[in-house]
Design a protein around this ligand. Structure first.
Ligand code: FNR
Length: 404
């Protein structure tokens, strides 16, 4: 498969159309993957992925925030040679977007975390592996050493230290700490879709699986046969609950007491790059930076935690200004090349995309994720041309976007 722009190098325009497998060619934009995933995945699994908290206010406002800005393009600029490459933490990535951490990826896609990591490496974009994943982190690190690892902090210091040690030993160099999950979110919308973690065996669950035979045989039974029952492997230094069980309870240890002291402890223990994810306030961004964070991901968890939490794009400019000495990144609602460019223009070094890449892995495995990455990269490239820029740095100049 070729995209003609995956290297991020200056490329001739128009960009060559990607040779996606025939079965994926009807997927023309990132939003198309959601509709296809709804048909492919069992109701509870799709329900978990699509879910947002409560009235889905934050989910909606994440998208609406992009409409609050419009472009002011420049014309008659020679844009025949363009590059969307971006340097972050000393690595030159092909595009200014990457793959956000998605829990339970190996439930929706066969070997999900490994597939996402391979597609990201192939396209030379960053990928963050979730700590709520079902494949041991050592396997992902061995296959894709450039992947970043995202951890949810265990509740006590001993478990924090053991997890950090395990992640370092596996060879990860970038640790992402997600800090917006003080308590589990309201689960009403996932419960309505029949989801729980672990999933509870029932006639309804069996039916949900049977009516999705491609997923049942191609993902779930194939996983059971070749790798055994998936477990939560990476929330702690030791193995957690299975994904399917009539009685086992998942250990949601209390994180409500965690504070900046724990962050500083991790900063001392972790010798690699430390990124904090889930920051929305300028004050917190400053504290994180002063406490040694190497990067910040402005995020409201895709609208899955506090419903009503502000859209990351709205607070991005203030955080980027306050922390201009470290990379500020963003996720939430990025679906179009124009979204990527607006976020970059407002100060993001890198943006991350969640749900669409998860759907792409479920529907089409590595080729599906690669197709989704290529679609977005081509949009970015095309939009750069119509905006009149050859490199992303040019977006730093004022005047390319204005309030709508
Ligand atoms: C997530 N997200 C997430 N974040 C995190 O730090 N650790 C995790 O394990 C997960 N798991 C997870 C599962 C699923 C199914 C979704 C949809 C999301 C949040 C994710 O990293 C990211 O912040 C949002 O998904 C970004 O929003 P969009 O791109 O999905 O709109």
């Amino acid at each position: 498969m070729t995209s003609g722009i995956s290297s991020g190098q200056l490329s001739m325009s128009p960009v060559k159309a990607a040779q996606a497998p025939r079965r994926l060619r009807h997927l023309l934009s990132l939003d198309d993957f959601e509709k296809a995933a709804a048909k492919h995945l069992p109701r509870p699994v799709f329900g978990y992925m699509v879910a947002a908290a409560e009235t889905r206010h934050s989910l909606r406002s994440n998208r609406e925030a992009y409409a609050r800005y419009s472009f002011v393009p420049r014309v008659l600029v020679d844009v025949s040679q363009r590059s969307q490459a971006v340097t972050l933490f000393g690595h030159s990535y092909a595009s200014p977007f990457g793959l956000a951490p998605l829990g339970l990826s190996a439930l929706s896609a066969y070997r999900g975390d490994l597939v996402l990591a391979r597609a990201a490496a192939e396209a030379n974009v960053p990928m963050i592996m979730s700590g709520s994943s079902l494949i041991p982190l050592e396997q992902v690190a061995a296959q894709s050493p450039d992947v970043w690892f995202q951890a949810y902090l265990p509740g006590d210091e001993q478990n924090i230290m053991a997890l950090i040690e395990r992640v370092a030993k596996a060879g990860f160099r970038t640790l992402v700490l997600t800090v917006d999950t003080q308590v589990p979110p309201n689960s009403e919308n996932t419960v309505r879709m029949g989801f729980s973690a672990p999933l509870r065996p029932s006639l309804r669950l069996a039916w949900d699986g049977l009516v999705r035979p491609r997923w049942l045989f191609g993902t779930f039974l194939r996983t059971l046969l070749l790798h055994g029952m998936p477990h939560f492997e990476n929330n702690y230094a030791t193995r957690g609950a299975p994904i399917l069980s009539a009685s086992v309870l998942r250990d949601f240890s209390d994180r409500g007491h965690l504070n900046w002291r724990h962050f500083s402890l991790i900063r001392q223990l972790w010798k690699g790059r430390l990124v904090i994810k889930g920051v929305l306030s300028v004050q917190d961004a400053r504290i994180a930076r002063d406490a040694g964070a190497d990067g910040i991901i402005v995020s409201n968890h895709g609208g899955r935690q506090l419903d009503g939490a502000v859209a990351p794009l709205k607070v991005l400019p203030g955080i980027a200004e306050a922390c201009s000495d470290i990379p500020v990144m963003l996720d939430g609602g990025v679906r179009r090349g124009t979204d990527v460019l607006k976020a970059v223009a407002l100060g993001a070094r890198m943006v991350f995309v969640g749900r669409p890449f998860g759907y792409a892995a479920a529907i089409g495995g590595q080729a599906g994720v690669r197709h989704a990455i290529d679609l977005l990269a081509r949009e970015v490239s095309r939009d750069m041309a119509m905006l009149g820029i050859r490199e992303l740095d040019e977006l730093n100049a004022s005047g390319f976007i204005c309030p709508s």
